[in-house]
Ligand binder design. Structure first.
Ligand code: ADP
Ligand code: MG
Length: 255
């Protein structure tokens, strides 16, 4: 068995009276691409946000492990993990959101460079150089000095991906990274994600792109009302879903 990068056990998260995650268990192994599907409101984003502690789970456990950082976070709804541990965890987890969350007043390079300076405390010169290099790698060499408003949605999302990758994360989380894009721009971003997967990046991907799920996903996870109701090899789940809720969901999105 390949080593686990991420293990989630019995994860619970409520917002007031609304229990959004009701005991999620999930393991992601090194080099694996795990695709998460499920209805809107089923808790997919909340799960990703809990993983890098943008939201504090109420109960459960998150274990992150790679060569550089190995830490188990246990939650009881009262105690917060140590700030330095949370900070460190986040440097190893790259996250890409539906809305790119770029700074509008900063160029592509500065958006990436700022993350390096803030998160890794990298000196400006080194951060700028690494940022330019990362943008180049993602096919945006000619856009380093462009502001987000001068870029297409697809290019903006690739800047956001470059920003996450620049930190050299052990795992990348994608939260519907293509759903805010114009249809003709979706393929380019999916292509970038596919390339990353082929390079061996460990990825946890929330998406409705079933073509991507089928071709790139090693494992497909169906989430419903705050729990994972079914998971398995992507092709198996898509071709022969076992759970009635999975069957119904897949019918509703595959025409
Ligand atoms: P998904 O990503 O699967 O669409 P979410 O995780 O975004 O689902 O949301 C799950 C539920 O949690 C929804 O009912 C949503 O309204 C609620 N929710 C998400 N974030 C918050 C929040 N910060 N405060 C209150 N409710 C929230
Ligand atoms: Mg969501």
């Amino acid at each position: 068995m390949t080593e686990q990068i991420l293990r989630i056990e019995n994860l619970h998260k409520s917002f007031g009276d609304l229990e959004v995650l009701k005991g999620v268990d999930l393991v992601v192994r090194k080099g694996e691409v795990v695709v998460v599907i499920g209805r809107s409101g089923s808790g997919k984003s909340t799960m990703l946000r809990c993983i890098n502690l943008l939201e504090m789970p109420n109960q459960g456990l998150i274990h992150f492990r790679d060569e550089r950082f190995d830490r188990e976070f246990a939650f009881d709804g009262r105690h917060r993990p140590k700030a330095s541990d949370m900070q460190q965890l986040r440097t190893h987890i790259g996250m890409v959101f539906q809305h790119f969350n770029l700074w509008p007043h900063l160029t592509a390079r500065d958006n990436v460079s700022l993350a390096l300076r803030r998160v890794l405390k990298m000196p400006v010169k080194e951060a700028d150089a690494r940022a330019a290099q990362q943008l180049e790698r993602i096919g945006l060499a000619d856009k380093v000095n462009a502001y987000p408003s001068m870029l297409s949605g697809g290019q903006q999302q690739r800047v956001a991906i470059a920003r996450a990758l620049a930190l050299d994360p052990a795992i990348m989380l994608f939260d519907e990274a293509t759903s805010a894009l114009d249809p003709e721009l979706v393929a380019g971003v999916l292509e970038e994600m596919r390339r990353l997967a082929n390079e061996g990046m460990t990825m946890l991907v929330v998406t409705h792109e079933m073509g991507f799920a089928r071709e790139v996903g090693d494992r497909l996870v169906f989430m419903n009302r705050g729990v994972i109701v079914e998971e398995g090899p992507a092709r198996d789940i898509i071709n022969a879903p076992q759970h009635p809720e999975t069957q119904e969901f897949l019918r509703s999105i595959i025409h």
